[in-house]
Unconditional design. Structure first.
Length: 114
């Protein structure tokens, strides 16, 4: 079993920044993939960014150039630095890890006011 604990969500004005963190604990494979998804009201959950233990990061087109994903593999922690936030970034952000199977965090609310 794997547990994911997120932090860092909140309310910010358009143009502002937030940093999300997610710490994973439990039985985690040495090679894994971590990332962030988001779900806005009335919409499906969508990929924001992913980062494997080794390899390239992947971003949704809507966040390229504004968001940066990083990880501390030794701590099994993934981060999402979100800059130049827009109202359309408002959503519940979910941490995700693929280690044998998919696991999800409980979600953290990000609200961007115009």
């Amino acid at each position: 079993q794997v547990q994911l604990v997120e932090s860092g969500g909140g309310l910010v004005q358009a143009g502002g920044s937030l940093r999300l963190s997610c710490a994973a604990s439990g039985t985690i494979a040495r090679l894994n993939n971590m990332g962030w998804f988001r779900q806005a009201p009335g919409k499906q959950r969508e990929l924001v960014a992913t980062i494997p233990t080794h390899g390239s990061t992947n971003y949704a087109d809507s966040v390229k150039g504004r968001f940066t994903i990083s990880r501390d593999t030794a701590k099994n922690t993934v981060y999402l630095q979100m800059n130049s936030l827009k109202p359309e970034d408002t959503a519940v952000y979910y941490c995700w890890i693929l280690t044998g199977r998919h696991y999800w965090g409980q979600g953290t609310q990000v609200t961007v006011s115009s």
